[in-house]
Every structure is written in structure tokens, then in C-alpha cells.
Design a protein around this ligand. Structure first.
Ligand code: AMP
Ligand code: GLY
Length: 425
């Protein structure tokens, strides 16, 4: 069969690598893709938001299944457009992708269905938000309602900071239209865990857990980024935590969406915080995490096409979802200066050492070929170096060893991805 993947990051490279393993697939396209994905797929220069062109392409090439990796086209309704055209597509419809697309929606959903999350209020008026802050306790968390590239969350320690935050989000519109509404919520403490899941509208099957490192520098210092590395599984995601989430969060979310007339088919990503009072939902995403996908998908034993088709057809209960009993660590190689200012076009060398080496992957995020055909950097996050190991410690050693194989000017990485292992051993 022919598969089209929509997106261009490390997540889409990891999805493409899983799809390429399926014996059922003989051709992969990716729109728009990147230089790494181009080793597995034919990349076509169509943007993820060019819905009409994507439909035309899928029809012309007789694509059998389209997988939407990114949040923007999902929230914008690409799945609905494909379905209307009679095309088979994996991902939530617009009315379900709102689970990620509107934080105010997801908070109201959790409140209505008693799903554990931080206490909050929604605001669509800056004056009311400012008045509310006068009686609030600090720190407090401000969130722009809509998509904001993971940047629309402000943690404010004082009233003054919070007032400035309301101004930034609602009046200065630093996150654009996403700031027309905002959520103000209670600050929680604890360790964060990401749990991704396949959902077919009624059944949910969770994948192995992972943890992201969002800050730019070691020790969780510096600015928030799209993610500087991940490890899987999280040793803090214990059986007890899993039992709690199964009882109060996972199925409850799927049932709530169905009850609202918004059945969710696709990936639900649960961003959880393990607070002293038990697990709480920090956020939902309607897609694979990036770079969570880079440590979760390589450990999945199932044929990803079988699982995705079961989601589309409402047969997920028939799938025995299985993960390898090992660990994986992904270290992001970035361009020094990310997430603020960095150079592009720097020549990358050493990737041939990954070829066919069991348990080692180099997923491309921001790369391209220059006019001489050389592989060069084309973004802040450049590559995701992933390695497996029997244990988290071994995976971590393998991943960091593999980061040494790769060279480019201004190469930057964190050195403490997966170091949580030191806290428990
Ligand atoms: P979100 O996009 O909602 O996941 O928020 C981004 C990050 O902000 C999370 O990964 C947390 O580190 C932090 N965060 C969000 N909400 C809260 C909260 N209520 N309390 C503490 N930290 C939070
Ligand atoms: N790694 C967090 C995200 O994909 O949103």
C-alpha cells in the first residue's frame, strides 16, 4: 500500500521509520518531509496546511492511508477534508482535535467529567483576568487558549509578573489569536510524564511512558524549547501511577469526548504531572509528542499500519499492543543559540555510522540538502540521536556515545538527558 505522512520533523521521521518496517507498505510519501525522511520516503514540496494540494496529491497517487503527524493541520481540520473526499486518514477530526487546540475546552471537559487536573478559571476578557489575579495565590500559571508552539504557558511567581503575563497574552497578543482566551490555573509540583495512546473513538491503548526535557540547558535551566531530549520508559511511571491513570484519566477522557459528540480517533498524548496528591493532567495533545515519538515508536513491536487502521475502523480492542522490554534515550543535537538565534546551513557529517546499526537511530528535525547535495542544518533542533539499551542507563550511554559520531559547527546538546536514572539507582 501507499502511505502519505504529513509533517516535517523528527516525529514524522520516527513515524516514517515505523511505517517503513511494515511489510504491507511499498511506497511512502511525506509532505513536506526533510532530508532524513527522504531516505525512506519520497518527499513532496507541499506544506502541511495546503489542504487542497494534499487532497489532490493523495488522489493522483492513489494513496491508501494518510497519517497526520502535526497539530496545526489536525486542529485546522485536515482529517475532515480528507474524509469528505473519501480518503482514508489517521488522526482526529477537527471537533476532536480541539482537545489540544483549546486549553479552555480541555479544562472544561476535565471539570465536567471529574478528570483530575489543576484548579482553573477561563477568561476571554483581560480586565476580568486582572481582577481575578488580585485575590489569587502565587506562583500561578497562565496559558494562552490556542496552539502556541508549546510557548503559550507562563509560570508567574508574583502578582506583578502575572499582570504582565495577562498583558503579553491577551493585549499584546504575543501568541496571536491563541491569546483571545486564556486559562489561569493552580501551580502544581511534581515530576512530569508523557503517556501516548492509540484511540479508536471508544477503546484506548496506552503506549510505554516517556519523559521530555523541555528546557534548553542542563539541570532544567534556560528557556523552554520544543524538547531537548527524551527517555522511555519513565522509572517514575509505576504500576500504582498507571492503575490510577487507567481508573480516572485515560478511559474517562475517551468516554468524555464520545459523550460530547466528539469521538476521538488518533493519538491522545497525556501530559501528566505526578503531584504529591496523585497524577494530574497538565495538558492533552492530539498527536505524537516530539521528541517522545523518537523513543516510543522504536520500541513498539506491532505493525504501526495495523494499529492505525484498527483505530480508523473502531477495532482497536482486537490489537494486542506490545513494547520491547528495554529502554531508549533520545538526545537532541541543536544549533548553539536555539531557541533564540542560531545559524543555518552548517554542513553535517558522520551520519553514515547509523546505517543499519541495530538499536541506533538518527531522526532528522531541521536538515536539508544544499545546492552541492551536502546535508546541512536547517533549524534550531537539527537531529535526534536515539539509542536503545537493555536498561535506561545503557540506553543513555549508547545515545551519548552516538552523539559523538555526528559533527557540525555549533553543535549543542544537553548532557543530562535521562539522568533521572541516577536518582533511583
Ligand atoms: P503545557 O503546554 O500545558 O504542557 O505546559 C507546558 C509546561 O508548563 C508543562 O510541561 C509544565 O512544565 C508547565 N506547566 C503547565 N501547567 C502547569 C501547572 N499547572 N503547574 C506547574 N507547571 C505547569
Ligand atoms: N514534547 C512535547 C510535545 O510534543 O508537545
Amino acid at each position: 500500500m501507499k502511505v502519505l505522512i504529513v509533517g516535517s520533523g523528527g516525529r514524522e521521521h520516527a513515524i516514517a521509520a515505523s511505517v517503513a518496517k511494515s511489510p504491507r507498505v511499498d511506497k511512502i510519501y511525506c509532505a513536506p518531509g526533510n532530508a532524513g525522511i527522504a531516505q525512506l520516503a519520497e518527499c513532496v514540496p507541499i506544506g502541511a496546511m495546503e489542504f487542497d494540494r494534499l487532497v489532490t496529491f493523495a488522489k493522483e497517487q492513489a494513496v491508501d492511508l494518510t497519517i497526520v503527524g502535526m497539530d496545526d493541520p489536525l486542529v485546522g481540520g485536515l482529517v475532515d477534508v480528507f474524509e469528505t473526499e473519501g480518503l482514508r486518514v489517521f488522526g482526529p477530526r477537527k471537533n476532536a482535535a480541539i482537545l489540544e487546540g483549546s486549553k479552555a475546552f480541555s479544562k472544561d471537559l476535565m471539570k465536567k467529567y471529574n478528570i483530575p487536573t489543576a484548579a482553573y478559571e477561563n477568561f476571554d476578557d483581560a480586565d476580568k483576568a486582572l481582577a481575578y489575579l488580585e485575590t489569587a495565590s502565587f506562583p500561578i500559571v497562565l496559558k494562552a487558549d490556542g496552539l502556541a508552539l508549546g510557548k503559550g504557558v507562563l509560570i508567574c511567581n508574583t502578582l506583578e509578573e502575572a499582570k504582565n503575563g495577562v498583558k503579553t497574552i491577551m493585549l499584546d497578543k504575543q501568541f496571536g489569536e491563541s491569546g483571545n482566551r486564556m486559562v489561569i490555573e493552580e501551580f502544581m509540583t511534581g515530576r512530569e510524564v508523557s503517556v501516548l495512546s492509540y484511540v479508536d473513538g471508544k477503546t484506548i491503548k496506552t503506549m510505554t511512558s516517556a519523559q521530555d526535557h523541555k528546557r534548553a540547558q542542563d539541570g532544567d535551566q534556560g528557556l523552554n524549547t520544543g524538547g531537548m531530549g527524551t527517555f522511555s520508559p519513565s522509572p517514575f511511571y509505576t504500576k500504582e501511577v498507571d492503575d490510577f491513570c487507567r481508573k480516572y484519566i485515560y478511559q474517562a477522557t475517551v468516554d468524555a469526548m464520545a459523550a460530547e459528540g466528539r469521538p476521538f480517533q488518533g493519538i491522545i498524548f497525556f501530559g501528566l504531572m505526578l503531584t504529591p496528591n496523585g497524577p494530574r493532567v497538565l495538558e492533552y495533545n492530539a498527536r505524537f509528542g516530539d521528541p517522545e515519538a523518537q523513543v516510543v515508536l522504536p520500541r513498539m513491536k506491532n505493525d504501526i499500519i495495523d494499529v492505525m487502521e484498527a483505530c480508523i475502523d473502531g477495532r482497536l480492542d482486537e490489537i494486542d499492543l506490545q513494547f520491547e522490554d528495554n529502554a531508549a534515550v533520545c538526545v537532541i543535537l541543536a544549533s548553539n543559540g536555539y531557541p533564540v538565534k542560531y545559524e543555518k546551513g552548517l554542513v553535517i557529517k558522520g551520519l553514515e555510522r547509523f546505517d543499519g546499526k541495530d538499536g541506533y537511530y538518527c531522526f532528522h528535525a531541521g536538515t536539508k540538502r544544499n545546492e552541492n547535495g551536502e546535508l546541512v542544518t536547517n533549524g534550531g533542533r537539527v537531529l535526534g540521536v536515539t539509542a536503545k539499551g537493555a536498561t535506561l542507563r545503557e540506553a543513555r550511554e549508547n545515545a551519548y556515545a552516538a552523539t559523538e559520531w555526528v559533527t557540525f559547527d555549533n553543535k549543542y546538546m544537553r548532557h543530562d538527558i535521562g539522568s533521572a536514572i541516577n536518582e533511583i539507582e
